[in-house]
Ligand binder design. Structure first.
Ligand SMILES: [Fe+2]
Length: 170
């Protein structure tokens, strides 16, 4: 049995302490990458929802099912372990910001629960379509990507500017 002491995500390697201003730029770049990756995934889910039932490719559904939870967890780990502490360190009003970040963490938890349900529904469609409620799957897909898009838009509009030069004192 091998001992695995490495973190599951490269973003979880070291919690920030005394983060230099230029490090905020690097954190902003990573946040942008996570947002863009999730936005692309939302677009793929929207395409699947539009294609249901007959034009949806079961292989695409399986890929989406395998992707959704790891993608969410990877982004949430980065945000909660790397991004949020840096934002709080440089916030002029950390009490207000802490409340906002707590709300975002609750949304993360909800998204991960939703992602698990979506994963199961997508797998069912791909492997046992007769027993799949396609209408429910379409509703789940739209509910998931619409909620996630709202979450991402908030992070882009509200959190990213705080990582820009001087913006962290917003
Ligand atoms: Fe987030």
């Amino acid at each position: 049995m091998s001992k695995q002491s490495q973190p599951s995500s490269s973003f979880a390697a070291s919690p920030p302490s005394g983060v230099a201003p230029d490090a905020r730029g690097a954190i902003a770049d990573v946040l942008k990458q996570h947002i863009e990756e999730q936005e692309r995934f939302c677009n793929a889910l929207e395409t699947l929802a539009d294609q249901l039932p007959d034009a949806a490719d079961p292989h695409d559904c399986l890929v989406a099912a395998m992707t959704v939870l790891p993608l969410m967890r990877r982004s949430h780990m980065f945000e909660e372990q790397e991004l949020h502490p840096v934002l709080l360190r440089y916030a002029s009003n950390s009490t207000d910001l802490a409340g906002t970040l707590e709300r975002l963490r609750f949304e993360h938890m909800g998204d991960e629960v939703f992602a698990e349900d979506l994963c199961h529904a997508l797998r069912q469609f791909a492997t046992d379509r007769k027993s799949c409620n396609v209408e429910s799957l379409a509703w789940m897909l739209r509910g998931f990507f619409e909620g996630l898009r709202r979450h991402l838009a908030f992070e882009r509009d509200y959190l990213l500017p705080r990582l820009a030069d001087g913006g962290a004192t917003l």
